[in-house]
Design a protein around this ligand. Structure first.
Ligand SMILES: NC(=O)c1ccc[n+]([C@@H]2O[C@H](COP(=O)([O-])OP(=O)(O)OC[C@H]3O[C@@H](n4cnc5c(N)ncnc54)[C@H](OP(=O)(O)O)[C@@H]3O)[C@@H](O)[C@H]2O)c1
Length: 365
């Protein structure tokens, strides 16, 4: 189980809102035979991967998995329990029970009914700790949200005159397109559309049959129909989130260009209420979202507590001159400043990529 827990970590920051899961298979003599982990959101499950690799060597053997195998079908991949039964293993050893009420306890019943010995609770505390953020997110009616931004060495997301379209290099942008293709939605604010006119494209050949929906927070629907996101709305779904009572004329203009419009209540600042908007996106089936806004919407989302994970790029360039920063107007004294958890730092091309979970308790939704 210790080995399975280590292997599970390879999926961290890639699988959320799913839990990280690791699995190993022992053959009938108890020899370590194969391993698997849940690699990314929408990707294969750990136990199915481990059993696939083991093939016939799993017969009469033991499957060890950090989390109870799933038995419910309301998700992207088929349930794992039938694959476990078909593999011919004699014993299943599980770390933590699944806190998701749709599946909890079902694997034990189904596997025992199939004549498989089932034991749960091995290294339970460590297994539960490995899925703590998942357990907290189950039942929350908003998407798991990854805030993404790129800065210069001096912390600017754009140059002072707003002419920069990209701060990071080519490799970083490829990674961003790949992450987008593993999300249900990519969110920007009206300011980013106005400044950069992005198309928010994804990596071709990604794991999804359909690209993520492109979402623009635009309280009064002021985005011009000439914007790329609107001009391509018939090919790639594009949704504008506005406040109730936004001008009907603007709504008609965007809708007749092929865009969708969703209205939610206004917040105190008379802009889109962030929490209401994220709940509405969840109702529309958005489970994992990438927030690629400028400093204004990014700050509003952090304050509203709807950010779970951060993916940033730091480019070896200095912009100076008072250019904008990722969170306009938000500040903390160093002792209370949010620090990412489960931090991972990697080099991508000439940029640094820094990722982690946004700490709990900063914001509250
Ligand atoms: N380097 C990077 O990673 C990166 C990424 C994105 C953007 N940028 C840069 O950021 C700059 C644009 O910054 P920005 O701050 O104007 O863009 P933004 O945060 O994407 O958009 C801000 C706009 O979103 C709308 N909005 C709707 N609901 C909101 C809410 N509840 N709270 C706050 N805003 C809400 C507001 O317009 P309404 O009031 O009309 O609704 C607001 O003006 C550009 O220079 C761009 O290049 C850089």
């Amino acid at each position: 189980m210790g080995k399975a827990l280590m292997i599970a970590e390879y999926g961290r920051l890639r699988v959320e809102p799913n839990p990280v899961v690791g699995a190993v298979v022992l053959d009938r003599r108890g020899e370590w035979t194969s391993w698997g982990f849940h690699p990314y959101w929408g990707g294969p499950h750990a136990e199915v991967e481990a059993l696939r690799r083991a093939g016939a060597r799993a017969r009469g053997g033991t499957l060890i998995v950090t989390l109870e195998p799933c038995a419910h079908a309301e998700k992207k991949t088929p349930p794992c329990v039938p694959a476990v039964v078909a593999s011919g293993v004699k014993r299943v050893v599980v770390g933590a029970r699944d806190p998701n009420p749709a599946t909890t306890g079902r694997a034990a019943r189904a596997l025992r009914a199939a004549g498989i010995e089932y034991r749960s609770g091995v290294l339970a505390e460590r297994c539960r700790a490995s899925i703590a953020r998942y357990a907290e997110h189950v039942g929350r009616r908003r998407p798991w949200t990854i805030a993404k931004w790129a800065t210069s060495l001096d912390g600017r997301i754009a140059d002072a005159d707003g002419a920069s379209r990209w701060v990071s290099g080519k490799r970083a942008r490829e990674i961003v397109r790949l992450i987008r293709s593993r999300c249900d939605a990519v969110i920007v604010g009206r300011g980013t559309v106005e400044a950069d006119d992005p198309s928010l494209t994804t990596e071709r050949g990604g794991p999804r049959a359909t690209p993520p929906i492109r979402v623009v927070f635009d309280s009064r629907l002021r985005t011009p129909t000439s914007a790329r996101l609107v001009a391509t709305a018939r090919e790639t779904p594009t949704l504008f989130v506005a406040v109730r009572g936004a001008p009907a004329k603007r709504r008609r203009a965007l809708e007749s260009a092929g865009a969708l419009v969703l209205d939610v209540r206004a917040g105190k600042d008379r802009r889109v209420d962030v929490v209401a908007a994220f709940r509405a996106l969840h109702r529309l089936g958005v489970r994992r979202a990438m927030l690629e806004a400028g400093g204004t919407l990014q700050a509003a989302c952090l304050r509203a507590g709807v950010v779970d994970q951060v993916t940033t790029f730091v480019a070896p360039v200095v912009l100076g001159g008072g250019g904008p920063t990722p969170f306009d107007g938000v500040g903390w004294p160093i002792a209370d400043a949010p620090r990412l958890e489960h931090v991972r730092i990697s080099a991508v091309g000439k940029d640094a990529m820094i990722e982690g979970y946004w700490p709990r308790g900063v914001g509250s939704a």
